[in-house]
Design a protein around this ligand. Sequence first.
Ligand code: DX5
Ligand code: ZN
Length: 216
Amino acid sequence: MSIVAPSFLSANFLNLEADCKMINESEADWVHLDVMDGRFVPNITFGPMIIEFIRKATPKVCDVHLMIVEPEKYVEDFKKAGADHITVHLEACTHLHRNIEQIKSLGIQAGVALNPHTPVELLKDILHDLDLVLIMSVNPGFGGQKFIQQTLQKITTLRRMIDEKGLATKIEIDGGVTLQNAPDIIKAGAHVLVAGNTVFKSKDPKDTIAQLKKIN
Ligand code: DX5
Ligand code: ZN
């Protein structure tokens, strides 16, 4: 069964409590929280304060995706706010190994995210240190974009790299995930489906989560 991580980017920020309640009653495994700084990506979202509120309203795993430059300045704040996972972008980290060590030293899981143009092969020498690899299947910054088809090939290659080394690193796919393309994404070797619009804009979000969860 796939791991399902609804993205709060598409939630109703006037009533986050109701969306947390829906998530709590659903089969969702994680909540995916997109932090954007207006520098690494052309959009600004929220920071540790909002995550602290969401943390109080849900026992689900808080999966924090940092789309920010200089993440080392903030990872401790995000851990304090309740993050269970922190994922940083390879393209934003000159000293990626140091960033990963810093996150792991806080006792939480560490991930690396890759933009659509970044080859998965660049992770060869750090893969064994990673709990998660997040492959962006759209250009980061906004919800509701179209899935980039080349991602499927990247998933297959990365999954082979992980299996060859006998690692437990999870592959998370983020952007444009729908009920239609999710089976191909899982078949290619992904473990985690992030879904913003597909969940929150659907008629019955809980049922949509249940359908994503069934895909294997
Ligand atoms: C985009 C974010 C995604 C976003 C996905 O930069 O990283 O997590 O919420 O939204 P959908 O699923 O609507 O493409
Ligand atoms: Zn994300």
